[in-house]
Structures are given as structure tokens and as C-alpha cells.
Ligand binder design. Structure first.
Ligand code: AMP
Length: 113
């Protein structure tokens, strides 16, 4: 598996503002936030994108989503928030390590760009 900026964050080779960690995932604040709250939740296993998910990853994917919702509550996003997973170049994915964006703290537009 190729090293990515996110695998370097998991290994603490580069710094990040960590919001949550357990044996399966790591959550940290996005370096270029698109909303007042913008956190990324990533698996510790190296899955490149949604397109690589297998049936055996169902529990892990559910875990990432539940952790994101727990963080939303912890970070005070009671008025709502959005979870986004970009996939591939047309989907706007720029880092090849699966990640769930948690965005909130302002009214988010729809449809997304
Ligand atoms: P995506 O475009 O969906 O692949 O999202 C990648 C996200 O990673 C972007 O929102 C970037 O701002 C964010 N990002 C890139 N490098 C870092 C970093 N070193 N620490 C935190 N977030 C990062």
C-alpha cells in the first residue's frame, strides 16, 4: 500500500489536530476547513476509496459513520451537519485513503458542487 498523507498522520509522522481515536479509526480536523467544523474520520486499515470496499468492510464503514455522528454531537452540531465521502477524480477525492468528512457549524448549500 502506498504511503499517503493520512497514513503518515496515523503513524504520527506528520501532525494533526486529533479529535478522536480508537483501534479502528482516527478522526482529525481538516487542515483546510470548508465549514466552521470540518473533521475527517479515517480507517486505520489502508482502504483507498469507497470503490475498494468489500462486504467484509460493512462493520468498519458503519463504525466510521457512527463515530462521525458521535463527534457531531460532541462538537455541538445540534442544528445539523453533513457527512460526505468523495470517491475518485469525478467525486473530488484528492487523498487516496478512505475518509468521511464531517461538516457543520453553518447552513450547507444543496446541491453540492
Ligand atoms: P478529499 O478531497 O475528499 O480527498 O479530501 C481530502 C481532505 O484532506 C481535504 O479536505 C484536505 O483539506 C484534507 N487534508 C489534506 N492534507 C491534510 C492534512 N495534512 N491534515 C488534515 N487534513 C488534510
Amino acid at each position: 500500500m502506498t504511503e499517503t498523507i493520512f497514513s503518515k498522520i496515523i503513524e504520527r509522522k506528520i501532525p494533526a489536530r486529533i479529535a478522536y481515536e480508537d483501534e479502528h479509526c482516527l478522526a482529525f480536523h481538516d487542515v483546510a476547513p470548508q465549514a466552521p467544523t470540518h473533521v475527517l474520520v479515517i480507517p486505520k486499515t489502508a482502504i483507498r476509496s469507497l470503490a475498494e470496499l468489500q462486504r467484509t468492510d460493512t462493520g468498519l464503514m458503519g463504525h466510521l459513520v457512527v463515530v462521525a455522528t458521535e463527534l457531531a454531537a460532541k462538537l455541538g452540531l445540534g442544528d445539523g451537519y453533513r457527512l460526505v465521502v468523495n470517491c475518485g477524480s469525478d467525486g473530488g477525492q484528492s487523498v487516496d485513503h478512505l475518509h468521511v468528512h464531517l461538516l457543520g457549524g453553518r447552513r450547507l448549500g444543496w446541491p453540492p458542487g
